[in-house]
Write a protein of this length. Structure first.
Length: 145
């Protein structure tokens, strides 16, 4: 019960201390060459079916801070690494990594939502990289009925 209270207080406290936000959006498109896609990302992942034979990733990063500069710095702390940024390349693996450059992924600093549009024939492997507070929240949610 104490953990639930602390987690709830932390979210309310974080929202009240961060009046500024900065949003950064990046879109990457990959040619589907082997019906496989690997996503190693922090934050929330949304999978949607694509009508085309390409794989498209839309990454929305929202940084929060007491000032606009702090919000931008928190958003810029998220890095996106792709093996194949150019959709015209026809070989090699299609994968994406969205990670924190330094420190931990904390929702009070930034939120990341990655939407992946894939054809139904593509197998998606997703590794869920979460911060400590998110891991604790999930653990508490599993313990409580």
């Amino acid at each position: 019960m104490l953990i639930c209270s602390l987690l709830g207080f932390g979210v309310v406290q974080a929202q009240s201390n961060a009046p500024h936000k900065y949003v950064r959006t990046e879109t990457l498109t990959f040619k589907n060459t082997n019906n496989e896609f690997a996503a190693n990302v922090v934050g929330k992942v949304v999978l949607k079916e694509s009508k085309s034979n390409s794989i498209k990733c839309e990454i929305k990063i929202t940084g929060y801070g007491k000032t606009e500069e702090e919000a931008k710095a928190n958003a810029d702390n998220i890095i996106i690494i792709s093996e194949r940024k150019d959709a015209s390349k026809s070989s090699g693996p299609a994968d994406i990594t969205v990670n924190v450059e330094s420190g931990l992924y904390l929702k009070r600093r930034c939120e990341v939502v990655t939407t992946i549009f894939v054809p139904s024939s593509v197998s998606v492997q997703h590794t869920d990289n979460v911060g400590f507070m998110e891991l604790m929240k999930r653990m508490v949610e599993k313990m409580l009925p």
